[in-house]
Structure formats: C-alpha cells, structure tokens
Write a protein that binds this ligand. Structure first.
Ligand SMILES: Cc1cc2nc3c(=O)[nH]c(=O)nc-3n(C[C@H](O)[C@H](O)[C@H](O)COP(=O)(O)OP(=O)(O)OC[C@H]3O[C@@H](n4cnc5c(N)ncnc54)[C@H](O)[C@@H]3O)c2cc1C
Length: 423
C-alpha cells in the first residue's frame, strides 16, 4: 500500500492546529473527523440566535491557543471579561470578588488581616513565585487563613476547571491563575468562529479536512501506519497525529501499552453546566464565583455577541471533584444560584442547555508527575504522536491542546524530513 505522509485523527482544536501548522510548512496533512462538523468540544450550537458553546469558554489572552491563532492569521473577535461588579458568593450572601484588593480596601467577609494576606498571595502568584512543583495545591493553601484559602482555591477552579486541590500540581495550578491575570476573551459568535478560522487557515495552505470519517483502527504496518475506516478502503501514512480522547486513542491503537497506560492514568476535569438563553433579561449579576461552593456564573453576552438583540446568554457551572458522580441535584443548585443572582431568569428563559458531567479536559497536571501529562511522543509506537488537552507539559485546556498539537506537528515533520534525507 502506498503511503501518504501525515494523517491527523480528530478535528477539534488540537487536530486543526496540527493540520494548519503542517500545511503552512508545505506538507499536505489529511485530517479525519468522525462527527459531521469539525470542532469537537469547541463547537457552538446556534439556536434562534443564541450561540451555545459547549459550556462557558474563555480564551486566555496570553495562552498558547491565542498565540497560535495569531501566528496562523486567524482573526479573533473577542472582548475581555469585565470584573468590575464581579461577585463572590459565600453561602447565600454575595460580596465583591476579592481578586486584586486595592491597598486598604478589603472585600467582605475577609477582615483586614485576611485581606492583607490575600493581597500578598496574589502578588506572589502574579510574580510566578507561588506553589511548588511536585506538591499538591492543598500543600500551599492549607497554610493560609481559611477564607484566603477558599478564595485562592476558587480562583484555581475558575481558571483551570479543576476542583481537585489534593491532586493538581501547585505550581501548574497557580501558574494557570497567573495566566488568568492576563485576561480572558469571550468570543463573538462562539468558538465555532475560531474553528472556522482554523479550518480556513488549514485548507488554504493545502490540508485536506474530512468530516464524517470515523477511524476504526490504527495499525502499524512496517514503517507506516494503516488507518481503517467504516465503508472505505484503508489508507497508509508515514506518520499519524492522534488528536482524540485518551480512551479513543487506547481503542484505536490496540497494541500500544504506553497509550493504554496513559488512558488509565488520566484524571479528567468534569463539570455540570447549565447554559441559559434569555429574552430581554433584567440587569443583574454578570459574574459570580462560589467561594464555599464550587460554582460559576457568567453572562457571556455582556461583552460578546452571543445572543439575539436584547437577549442574554448566561453560563452556570458546577465543578466536579475527580471521583464525584454527576447528579441532577447539582443542576438544581445552579438554578437556585440563578434564582438568587438573576431572579427574572425563569420568565426570560427561551432555551436551556444542560451538560451533565462533561469532560472539560481529559487530564489534569497532577503533583505526583510534577505537573506532567503524557508526552507527545509514544515510545512504543514510533511515528505516532499524541495531541490534546491531556498531552504534554505546557498549559491547560485549549492551550494544552494547541501547544501539544504544535509539538506533534514538529515531531511528525522532523520524522518525514529524516526519512526524505535517508532516501
Ligand atoms: C464545559 C467546557 C468548558 C471549557 N472551557 C474552556 C475555557 O474556558 N478555556 C479553554 O481554553 N478551554 C476550555 N475548555 C476546553 C476546550 O474546549 C478543550 O480543551 C479543547 O476544545 C480540546 O480540543 P481537542 O482537539 O484536544 O479535543 P476535542 O475537542 O475533544 O476533539 C477531539 C475530536 O476527535 C474526534 N474523534 C474521536 N474519535 C475519533 C475517531 N475514531 N475518528 C475520527 N475522529 C475522532 C472527536 O469527534 C472530536 O471532534 C472547555 C471545555 C468544556 C467541555
């Protein structure tokens, strides 16, 4: 069977970043996506003018994904989240969110000593000097006064989606909070706009993108990899970038022990999401974080174009701990949160999206591995490279997907260059 350079399996952020990067180097990668549409978890569903991302999606201004979008010339129409007026909920009471307390001004219910300690810790985080690699976040926060600890752990939750202070690496977690200090963007039209831009960048440079092409198996054949499809002839490639979930990767490459081990070890970050499309909502809370409960509320349409004229798109979320089972009770908790902070939401409701235990990222940077996730290079599968938010050491969420995709593209093109030099 004749080989055809590089295949990419999976058409989410990671697969598309890899495709566009390789195509810009003059290669012609072929990308296969199982679903009818590209985008994976970065898809956006449009209903009556409401743009529903798969839960709340914020693009980190200083993150790897935003950097690669700029590098590829993908336009980003986004607006910074405004934190003036942001709230912290303590039980049923909402206070101002104490993210960066100005000198002498303390956000209740912290007392002046707690406010001063919080200011010190936030400054330390901002300098990148907080938290040790190879230790859990809890080892850092347990030395803090109780309310300060709760604020810091809430900031880790909102910036990393991890509700696992005993598992996440302290340095990785606090570096993610530091990244959030650089600001986040809510994207006009939802993340589908980013996906469309990436697909355009990839195809205009020569990549071939195929949706509705589910890969059934990836098998090693001499120096090549053979991809098998439903109802189509198999195709062979010199290199493969596998940009799907850990469990899909394990099932596709049945004879890689390394991938099976990585899939088994992965600790997914999951959440319960309640996304509400509202008609003519009354003014109300635009952003609120739970301090003593792992909750999130944000009106993304306050800054980005995501709703029809006069409408609002409100995202609520409840972060799940690693072994916590999704429970309908969590969604009711979120409705009660909305009752308190946006009391008119039930009358204004037009569309509702529920996300039950959705995997936000397929792995967290754990402290036992000093924040490292599984590598791009698979030792027992030469020529096959991994990409996704569960791969590599850099960043989290879509930034990890983008960074590992660039790493995988680099390795795959180096492999081809090496083979070309041999012949
Ligand atoms: C609720 C929620 C909130 C989030 N918030 C943020 C945020 O605020 N900021 C942020 O940066 N990130 C956020 N994320 C994470 C971000 O969406 C993901 O990190 C990113 O989209 C992952 O991209 P990916 O390409 O690695 O994986 P995916 O998007 O999962 O793509 C994998 C693709 O592989 C395809 N596939 C699987 N098996 C096969 C097969 N056999 N053949 C062909 N194709 C296959 C799948 O259909 C899928 O399209 C959030 C995610 C969720 C769910």
């Amino acid at each position: 069977m004749k080989t055809a350079e590089i295949a990419i399996v999976g058409g989410g952020v990671a697969g598309l970043v890899a495709a566009a990067t390789l195509a810009r180097q003059g290669l012609q990668p072929r990308l296969f996506e199982a679903a009818p549409e590209l985008g994976g978890r970065a898809q956006t569903r449009i209903v009556d003018g409401f743009h529903f991302n798969q839960g709340p999606h914020a693009l980190y201004v200083r993150g790897a994904f935003n950097a690669v979008l700029a590098e590829l010339g993908v336009p980003v129409s986004g607006h910074r989240l405004r934190l003036d007026g942001a709230m912290a909920t303590w039980g049923d009471v909402a206070h101002p969110l104490p993210t960066r307390p100005a000198a002498g001004r303390v956000a209740a219910p912290l007392n002046p000593a707690e406010g001063a300690r919080l200011a010190e810790v936030l400054a330390q985080i901002g300098e990148g000097a907080a938290g040790d690699r190879g230790a859990p976040l809890r080892a850092f926060t347990e030395g803090l006064p109780g309310k300060v600890r709760m604020v810091i752990e809430a900031l880790v939750r909102v910036s990393s989606y991890s509700h696992a202070p005993d598992e996440i690496d302290a340095k990785a977690a606090l570096d993610q909070v530091r990244l959030s200090f650089g600001g986040v963007l809510y994207v006009d039209g939802g993340w589908r706009a980013l996906i469309a831009g990436l697909a355009q960048a990839a195809t205009s440079a020569g990549a071939v993108l195929r949706s509705e092409h589910r890969v059934l198996a990836i098998r090693r054949e001499h120096h090549a990899w053979r991809l098998e499809f439903a109802g189509q002839a198999p195709q062979a490639f010199d290199a493969v970038i596998l940009a799907a979930s850990p469990t899909a990767a394990r099932d596709l490459v049945a004879d890689s022990r390394d991938i099976a081990t990585a899939a088994q070890a992965a600790r997914p970050l999951r959440m319960m999401g309640l996304d509400l499309g509202l008609a003519n909502p009354e003014p109300g809370a635009e952003f609120a974080l739970g301090m003593d409960a792992p909750t999130y509320l944000s009106l993304h349409s306050a800054v980005a174009e995501l709703a029809p004229p006069g409408g609002g798109l409100l995202h609520l979320g409840r972060y799940l701990a690693p072994d916590e089972a999704p429970d309908p009770v969590h969604l009711r908790e979120l409705e009660r949160l909305a009752d308190r902070l946006r009391p008119d939401w039930r009358e204004a409701l037009v569309h509702k999206q529920r996300l039950v235990g959705i995997q936000v990222a397929h792995d967290l940077p754990g402290w036992r591995t000093e924040g490292r996730r599984t590598p791009v290079i698979v030792a027992d599968a030469p020529g096959l490279f991994l990409a996704g938010d569960w791969v590599g050491d850099a960043g989290m969420l879509s930034d990890a997907a983008a960074a590992s995709a660039i790493g995988a593209a680099r390795e795959a093109s180096a492999l081809l260059a090496g083979r070309a030099a041999e012949t």
